[in-house]
Write a protein that binds this ligand. Structure first.
Ligand SMILES: C[S@@+](CC[C@H](N)C(=O)[O-])C[C@H]1O[C@@H](n2cnc3c(N)ncnc32)[C@H](O)[C@@H]1O
Length: 388
């Protein structure tokens, strides 16, 4: 059966040809496709450009699946999942928790699969992806034989698609809380109830780097369940870890116990307030990690987000001893790398510190991004050293 046809503008054709996967609603000229269906993209002259998921509600109306005129069937999805898995087999080391499918970055738009040992967490974030949920589950069972498959469809993005918020068990028993290795250390995970699908997997490789660089007195700001703090506790004298969420801190304390660490102090605190206080008290640290939530969730928030990033970075730079290391991150996709570097430059000038860049890093390799889609490159992680 042939797929419904959608006629797109010349501008959209150019984007598709350049490798971008999204077509906005304003670039659709004709369409009578059903919500969530797989459609063929054509230009005004009827030339074919690919097959895509169609959304009836989102501004992102089309998400390209293939530029070939091929069936988008079981075999298509099996091949995509296998390709994603092959990459992980090459790049993921010493770890049982990683992202197995990273949506657009893996050519599987709006589909996320995170692996926590024997538990898989699936997110289907568009109408099209939601319709193939049973097939995705079946393929994951065939390929990886997980104990449990959890649907973590409680992401706000689904609201743009008119899809309900839901968390359910698609296969096996409720995993509850499990222990898995990340970078050879053990952590508790709650695939059903933790933030995101239970952890911030995109920082996994950065945490190893930070462990190798961190020294002396460390401060982990926005620590969540202590993933950076626990790494740093192995190379630092002591670590202070701050987060505003009591649940995250409870998990952090238990993770520290699990790894027999006694040199981390977890505290519930607003990082903005605490950094201000410490500057006032003239406290000093040798290593500081800043891994805040995305301050700029949409364009309207960019200015206030920039102010927020500037403030915490200026204060952190002021608090570091000469020779100290600042690990500073931004996961706001709307704030690009150049903008982030510029605001750090300004923060360093305001703090009157001379700052060296040791390394520019990004999301872990199990979160690949597409050259042609800047939207898939979101995490900036700078390792800085205070020279004087
Ligand atoms: C990106 S996550 C941190 C992830 C963590 N570094 C890791 O690697 O697992 C951001 C964290 O910031 C916390 N948070 C948000 N606003 C905060 C604030 N003003 N002060 C302290 N923590 C905050 C959230 O509870 C969340 O745990």
């Amino acid at each position: 059966m042939s797929s419904p046809r959608v006629i797109i503008s010349n501008k959209a054709v150019e984007r598709v040809r350049a490798g971008h996967l999204w077509t906005y609603r304003s670039d659709i000229l004709e369409c009578d496709a059903a919500a969530g269906s797989i459609v063929s993209l054509l230009d005004k002259k009827g030339r074919f450009y690919g097959k895509a998921f169609y959304s009836s509600t989102s501004l992102i109306a089309l998400r390209l699946l293939s530029r070939a005129d091929e069936p988008i069937d079981r075999n298509f999805w099996l091949t995509r999942i296998e390709q994603a898995f092959q990459l992980r087999q090459r790049v993921v080391k010493d770890t049982e928790v990683y992202r197995l499918v990273h949506g657009e970055g893996d050519g599987m738009p709006s589909i996320i699969v995170d692996r926590y040992g024997g538990v898989l967490c699936l997110q289907t974030l568009s109408q099209g992806a939601d319709q193939i949920k049973p097939l995705l589950k079946e393929l994951l069972l065939d390929l990886l034989a997980p104990q449990s498959v959890v649907e973590r469809n409680d992401s706000k993005v689904r609201e743009l698609e008119g899809l309900p918020q839901q968390v359910s068990l698609l296969h096996g028993a409720d995993p509850g809380e499990i222990v898995c290795y990340e970078n050879d250390l053990r952590f508790y995970y709650q695939p059903v109830s933790g933030q995101k699908t239970g952890a911030f997997l995109d920082q996994r490789e950065n945490r190893v780097c930070v462990r190798n660089l961190a020294r002396g007195r460390a401060l982990d700001c926005f620590c969540y369940a202590g993933s950076f703090a626990i790494q740093m506790a192995h190379s630092c004298d002591d670590v202070e870890a701050l987060d505003i969420s009591e649940t995250a801190l409870l998990a952090g304390r238990r993770n520290a116990q699990l790894n027999h660490l006694e040199n981390i102090h977890f505290e519930k605190e607003n990082v903005f307030d605490r950094l201000k206080l410490y500057v006032h008290l003239k406290k000093r640290f040798d290593t500081i990690v800043l891994d805040p939530p995305a301050f700029a969730k949409n364009r309207a928030h960019i200015e206030s987000a920039l102010r927020g990033y500037r403030e915490i970075n200026l204060r952190a730079m002021s608090l570091l001893n000469a020779g100290g290391v600042l690990v500073t991150c931004s996961c706001s996709q709307l704030i690009d790398e150049t903008t982030f570097l510029n605001l750090l430059t300004q923060a360093a000038a305001d703090a009157k510190r001379k700052v060296q860049v040791i390394q520019k890093r990004t999301q872990s390799q199990d979160h690949p991004f597409l050259l042609a889609m800047p939207e898939t490159y979101y995490l900036k992680c700078l390792l800085l050293r205070i020279l004087e």
